[in-house]
Design a protein. Structure first.
Length: 117
């Protein structure tokens, strides 16, 4: 029996932004302050099976979240934006999601993602 997907239960996640195909939440285990996850509303296991319109939707939402982060924290001077695909690459939850990680002057490299299952 397959376990229920944490990211498919959006009502429990504290959405900070959404559009028709995607939503955004703060990372439960942030590597930096305001670390945000951008996710597809539909369940896809990784970015390589994601339809193009879903990818565009995620990117559009990431741009909105990036603007909001910059307005909220003027110490942010850059971002890491990416996705891990597969357990050996660091993907902890098999639901496509992108990390939008704000970066500040003097930051060290972000540590590997952590998840307590």
């Amino acid at each position: 029996m397959k376990q229920q997907c944490l990211f498919c239960e959006r009502s429990k996640l504290g959405l900070i932004e959404e559009n028709s195909l995607s939503y955004a939440i703060r990372d439960k285990y942030p590597v930096m302050k305001l670390h945000t996850l951008i996710l597809s509303k539909k369940h896809y296991e990784n970015i390589f099976v994601l339809p193009a319109e879903e990818l565009v939707s995620i990117f559009e939402l990431a741009m909105i979240c990036q603007e909001k982060i910059l307005k909220e924290d003027d110490s942010v001077k850059g971002f890491n934006f990416g996705s891990n695909s597969g357990e050996v690459a660091g993907q902890k939850i098999d639901h496509v999601h992108f990390h939008l990680i704000p970066r500040r002057i003097g930051d060290t490299d972000p540590p590997p993602a952590q998840c307590n299952r």
